[in-house]
Design a protein. Structure first.
Length: 198
């Protein structure tokens, strides 16, 4: 089996190759947290959420990802000043990946819908932040997924593989584009809070 998968934004301007997109080298999970929901509302892509408000994520190591087309369309936002980095494309507002704000904790949660070869991802191994789900959901798998991720991060640090990432300039440790922090009004809209009376 060739474990090579293409990640494409909705309009096709941005493309990346994802190596080893399989259950051994990635965590296929659903996150129901309000942040992930707010993120898709902000991008005007709430249709990507499942009926319970879940986002399907495939967690990989950044060195598995190679941007092959339209990298200039990649942008990053933070819902809150200290929020995680949420990468998306400016061409068509497609959510791409979530990362931490540093390449030194190498980890990327890809928006799984954008991946070709869906079958290769394997079954859902975890449902997390189920308390924020729109309907009752049984959560599972969080500790297993965290253990696997910590082990991978450890190895990536040990071997220097953390330095291969499409998201950061490793010498400066900075994101390849400046993160945009949502304004208060944008944040309120994303989280579905009523407009402030004027
Ligand atoms: Zn696009
Ligand atoms: Zn989430």
């Amino acid at each position: 089996m060739a474990h090579q998968t293409t990640l494409t934004c909705q309009c096709g301007a941005f493309e990346a190759q994802v190596a080893k997109a399989d259950p051994k080298h990635g965590n296929h999970l659903i996150c129901y947290c309000t942040d992930c929901q707010a993120y898709l509302h902000h991008l005007d892509k709430a249709d990507l959420l499942d009926e319970n408000g879940g986002s399907r994520i495939f967690q990989v190591m950044p060195d598995q990802i190679t941007a092959t087309k339209g990298l200039e369309n990649l942008a990053v936002l933070r819902l809150k000043p200290k929020g995680i980095y949420r990468w998306y494309t400016t061409c068509c507002q497609t959510p791409i990946a979530n990362t931490l704000g540093t390449p030194k904790f190498p980890f990327a949660g890809l928006a799984a819908d954008n991946l070709s070869a869906q079958d290769g991802l394997g079954p859902i191994v975890a449902k997390v932040n189920e308390k924020d789900a729109l309907n009752p959901v049984d959560g599972f798998g969080l500790s297993k997924v965290m253990r696997r991720t910590m082990r991978r991060v450890f190895w990536a640090k040990l071997t220097g593989r953390w330095k291969k990432t499409p998201f950061f300039d490793v010498s400066s440790k900075k994101a390849i584009v400046k993160p945009y922090v949502l304004s208060e009004a944008e944040r309120a809209a994303a989280y579905g809070q009523p407009d402030m009376p004027s």
